[in-house]
Design a protein around this ligand. Structure first.
Ligand code: PHB
Length: 390
C-alpha cells in the first residue's frame, strides 16, 4: 500500500472509532464550530460565533441532561485547515456535531469526515447548491445561491431590465448564481450579454467594472461572498456606473447587513433578493436583532448570524428529541424535517435533501431612522433549492 493510502486508512479507522465513541462518554455534548475568525471571511466567523453564543445564552447550556460545550476553531477560511481541524475535533475532542463552515470549499473538505465518522455536519454559512449532496450527514441552515438568484431574474424583466452583465466570484456559489440567474432571465425574455468572474482571493473589481461600463447593459448583476460587498459598491459608485444608467442588482450577500450602513447613500435604491434582512418586520426578528445588537456592542446581525442561530436551534431540538443520546444517526434523523419560525420567517429542513426551504424576499436599500436597511417589498414563499439534481 502507498504511504498516503495507509495514512488515509488509519485516519478513516480512527474517525469511525471516534464516531462510535462520541456518545455517552460523559455528560457533555460537544459542538465543534469551525469558522473563519481571521482573514478575508472574518466577519462571517464573528457573526456566527456571536449568534451561537446568543442562542445558548437565551436557551441555556443544558439540554436533555447534557451540558453543551461549544468549541470554536479558526480555519482562516483555508479548506486544508478546515479538514485538519474537523479531524482533530472528531478524533481528539470527540465532538457530537460539526458546525459552521464559512465558505463552500471548507464545507466540502469536511464532508468525507462527517460521512466516515457518522457525525452530523451543520452548514451554517456556505451556500453552493451541491454541498448537501457531498455527505448524507450534512444539514444546511444557510441558503443556496440558486434559491435566491432566481427571484431576481423574475423581477428584473418586469422592471425594464432586459440586458444584463453578470459579475460573480469565481467558485461554487458564484457559478451557481451566474448559471441560475442567466437561465431564468433568458426564460423570462431577457439576456445575459456577458458573464464576468473575479477571483475569490484579493479580488480587484476595477478592470471588470470598466468592461461593464463599456458594454452599457441595463443592469449589472453581482454575487460576491459576505464581506466583499462594500468594495464592489464603492468601486461601482466611484466609476459613476449609476450615473451612466447602469443599475446594480445583486444577491443580498452584496448589501450585507454587516456592512450596509457604512456603504453610504450611493447604495440607496439597490434591489437585491435574499432570505434575510435585519429589517424583516416580524416580532421574532425584532427580538432577535435587539438581543444580538445589545450583546455585541451595536453590531447588526446579518444573514450569516441567522444561519448560525438557526443551526444551534436545529442541534438543540435534535438533542432534545433524542433524549440526550447524542448518537450521530439519531441526531441526524431528528434534524430532518424540523419546522420553525426563524428570525428570517418560517423555515423547514427538507427531510429528503437536508437543505433549508424558506421564503425569498425582494428588497430595496432604504433609509430608516438615519440608517440603511434592506427593506422587503415582495416575497416568494417556501422556496426549495432549485439547484438539486434529484
Ligand atoms: C460560500 O462560500 O458558499 C459562500 C460564502 C459567503 C456567501 C455566500 C456563499 O455570502
Amino acid at each position: 500500500m502507498h504511504k498516503r493510502t495507509l495514512i488515509q486508512t488509519a485516519v478513516a479507522a480512527a474517525l469511525l472509532a471516534a464516531g462510535g465513541l462520541a456518545l455517552a462518554q460523559d455528560n457533555t455534548f460537544k459542538i465543534g464550530l469551525i469558522l473563519p475568525m481571521t482573514g478575508q471571511q472574518a466577519t462571517t466567523g464573528r457573526q456566527i460565533e456571536a449568534a451561537a453564543r446568543l442562542y445558548m445564552a437565551q436557551n441555556g447550556d443544558t439540554v436533555a441532561g447534557k451540558k453543551i460545550q461549544l468549541i470554536v476553531k479558526d480555519d482562516t477560511s483555508l479548506p486544508d485547515v478546515t479538514r485538519r481541524l474537523a479531524q482533530e475535533l472528531v478524533v481528539n475532542d470527540k465532538v457530537n456535531v460539526l458546525a459552521g463552515f464559512g465558505i463552500t470549499p471548507s464545507a466540502m473538505a469536511t464532508a468525507p469526515i462527517a460521512t466516515q465518522s457518522k457525525t452530523p455536519q451543520v452548514v451554517m454559512a456556505a451556500a453552493t447548491s451541491a454541498i448537501t449532496e457531498a455527505s448524507p450527514y450534512i444539514v444546511r441552515t444557510s441558503f443556496t445561491l440558486p434559491q435566491v438568484s432566481v427571484a431576481l431574474a423574475d423581477w428584473a424583466p418586469k422592471n425594464g431590465i432586459k440586458k444584463v452583465v453578470t459579475l460573480v466570484t469565481d467558485y461554487g456559489p458564484g457559478i451557481d448564481a451566474e448559471k441560475f440567474f442567466a437561465s431564468r432571465l433568458q426564460f423570462n425574455g431577457g439576456q445575459v450579454t456577458e458573464a464576468l468572474r473575479v477571483p475569490l482571493r484579493n479580488p480587484d473589481f476595477a478592470p471588470f467594472l470598466q468592461k461593464v461600463r463599456d458594454a452599457k447593459p441595463d443592469a449589472l448583476f453581482v454575487f460576491v461572498p459576505s464581506g466583499a460587498g462594500a468594495a464592489v459598491m464603492k468601486q461601482f459608485l466611484e466609476r459613476g456606473m449609476d450615473k451612466a444608467g447602469i443599475k446594480l442588482i445583486a444577491t443580498g450577500d452584496v448589501t450585507d447587513d454587516d456592512q450596509l450602513n457604512d456603504m453610504g447613500d450611493g447604495a440607496l435604491g439597490v434591489v437585491t433578493s435574499h432570505h434575510y434582512s435585519a429589517a424583516h418586520p416580524s416580532a421574532t426578528n425584532k427580538k432577535f436583532v435587539e438581543a444580538f445588537t445589545k450583546a455585541n456592542k451595536n453590531l447588526r446581525p446579518n444573514f450569516m448570524a441567522v444561519g448560525g442561530y438557526d443551526g444551534m436551534r436545529v442541534i438543540y431540538e435534535a438533542l432534545k428529541k433524542t433524549g440526550g443520546k447524542g448518537d450521530g444517526d439519531a441526531l441526524l434523523a431528528a434534524m430532518k424535517g424540523q419546522i420553525f419560525e426563524s428570525p428570517r420567517g418560517p423555515v423547514f429542513i427538507d427531510a429528503q435533501t437536508r437543505d433549508i426551504v424558506q421564503n425569498v424576499y425582494l428588497r430595496k436599500v432604504e433609509k430608516k431612522d438615519a440608517q440603511l436597511y434592506n427593506v422587503e417589498f415582495d416575497v416568494i414563499k417556501d422556496v426549495k433549492d432549485p439547484g438539486k439534481t434529484k
